[in-house]
Design a protein around this ligand. Structure first.
Ligand SMILES: [Zn+2]
Length: 86
């Protein structure tokens, strides 16, 4: 995915298939959150660790102390190997 126009699923911001990073987070109130990286961040940061960092700080801003655990996965590699967690 080098630009959003290339998503064959017609998504404009992020896509369960085309986004580079999948994030899974658990909150202390027992909610869980799944995010797929924004195409604009995939393009801007390029490296999976950088994209993950951006997603993590966005989650922090939104949920702060309520975050129990965050995990980041390489969404394009079969088996979705973990990139990082905290
Ligand atoms: Zn797509």
């Amino acid at each position: 995915m080098s630009s959003q126009q290339q998503c064959p699923h017609k998504k404009t911001a992020s896509c369960t298939h085309c986004s580079k990073v999948k994030m899974l987070a658990y909150l202390h109130n027992d909610d869980s959150i799944v995010w797929f990286s924004f195409f604009k961040d995939d393009k801007r940061y390029g490296r999976l660790e950088m994209i993950s960092g951006e997603m993590g700080s966005r989650l922090q801003k939104k949920h702060g102390e309520n975050i129990k655990k965050m995990m980041f996965f390489d969404n394009h590699t079969p088996g979705k190997p973990i990139i990082g967690e905290n």
